[in-house]
Every structure is written in structure tokens, then in C-alpha cells.
Design a protein around this ligand. Structure first.
Ligand code: 5GP
Length: 183
């Protein structure tokens, strides 16, 4: 799982990680959040609350959470055999998955600074009010994430951070034997 506050660049990192490694499979979440202007139609399965609740009632989610007034959920994954699943989710959901899947790994991504995080939120077109809320919630998420996470990656440089994520994946696949990675 890749988690962390909004505006730290998780989505871009995860897209790059998965594009570079055919044995990783990125789950597509469901959300009741409206699509942002310019946001990819495939970014989520965008649904209304009724559809989300119906899937929840039929036990169709591995985890789900309410975040800033919207619902987000991971459909029960069905990857091809031998493929590792990547989830880009917030911390309440990550904690649920950790309880259900003891072998799950949480990687927390953080921005190099609060200023850069705010700039990234502005650049993707979030409303000012939303940005302030996301930064407030994000500060708490970062603190909680430090407790839950197995690894913390600073997204200071895209290529470097993607390489670090790939090293972490490799480290866990090898049973934790590669040098230089860990906490
Ligand atoms: P955003 O609205 O910025 O796309 O996402 C808000 C937060 O929800 C982000 O932290 C994102 O990682 C998280 N998120 C996206 N999909 C899921 C999901 O399926 N489950 C949970 N618990 N969180 C998700």
C-alpha cells in the first residue's frame, strides 16, 4: 500500500512504479467523490452513494473509508496469479488491510515541504477551501502514518523516489535480504 497526505505525489509515483514493473497490479478504487476538472475518467470508478453502499453491503470491498465527506473503497482484488497488488489508499483503509493481510506493506510518501505540498494541491485544481482542509487532515495523516508505515519515502525527486519504491518492493520480494533498505 502506498499512503500519505494529499499533494505528496502518490498517484504519479505509483503510476510510474507499476508501469516499470509488469508483476505489479494497481487496484482501481471506487469513490463517491465527483471527478475533478481534467481528471482522467479511469482515475477511479466514479459512483453515486447508492451504488457504493450496495457494493459495501454485498461485501465487495477489501476495505473502505470515509475521507473528507466522500467514500473510497478497494474492490476485492483479483490479480493474475503471481502478481503483487498495489493500493494507493488513505490510512484508515491501510490499517484495515494490515489487520486482514498480515503480510501487507505500508509505504508512506511525504512531500519535501508543506509549501511544495500546497503548490501541488493548487496545481491539480483543488478549491482553496479543500486545499486548507486537505493540508490540515494531511498533517494528522502524516503523524499517524509514521506509526503505521513500514517505510517512509520523501518525494523530493520523481525518478529517485520511484527507484526507492522499486527497491522496497524488491526487498520485500526477496524476503528482506537486500542491503540498504528497511525502516
Ligand atoms: P483523492 O480525492 O485525492 O483522489 O483521494 C483522497 C484520499 O483517498 C487519498 O489519500 C487517496 O489515497 C485515498 N484513496 C483513494 N482510493 C482509496 C480507497 O480505495 N480506499 C481508501 N481507504 N482510500 C483511498
Amino acid at each position: 500500500m502506498v499512503s500519505g497526505p494529499g499533494g505528496v505525489g502518490k498517484g504519479t509515483l505509483v503510476d510510474r512504479l507499476v508501469a516499470d514493473d509488469p508483476s505489479l497490479w494497481l487496484s482501481r478504487s471506487w469513490t463517491t467523490r465527483p471527478r475533478r476538472p481534467g481528471e482522467d475518467e479511469d482515475a477511479y470508478c466514479f459512483v453515486d452513494r447508492d451504488a457504493f453502499m450496495a457494493k459495501m453491503r454485498s461485501h465487495g470491498f477489501l476495505e473502505w473509508a470515509s475521507f473528507l465527506g466522500n467514500l473510497y473503497g478497494t474492490p476485492i482484488p483479483a490479480p493474475p496469479p503471481g502478481i503483487d497488488v498495489v493500493l494507493e489508499i488513505e490510512l484508515q483503509g491501510a490499517a484495515q488491510v494490515c489487520r486482514a493481510e498480515p503480510g501487507a506493506v505500508v509505504i508512506m510518501v511525504v512531500a519535501p515541504s508543506a509549501e511544495i505540498q500546497a503548490q501541488r494541491l493548487q496545481a491539480r485544481g483543488d478549491e482553496e477551501r479543500q486545499i486548507i482542509r486537505r493540508l490540515e487532515v494531511g498533517a494528522q495523516e502524516q503523524a499517524d502514518g509514521m506509526v503505521l508505515a513500514d517505510h517512509v519515502v520523501v518525494n523530493d525527486d520523481l525518478n529517485r523516489a520511484v527507484a526507492e519504491l522499486a527497491d522496497i518492493v524488491g526487498w520485500h520480494r526477496s524476503g528482506g535480504s537486500a542491503p540498504g533498505i528497511g525502516q
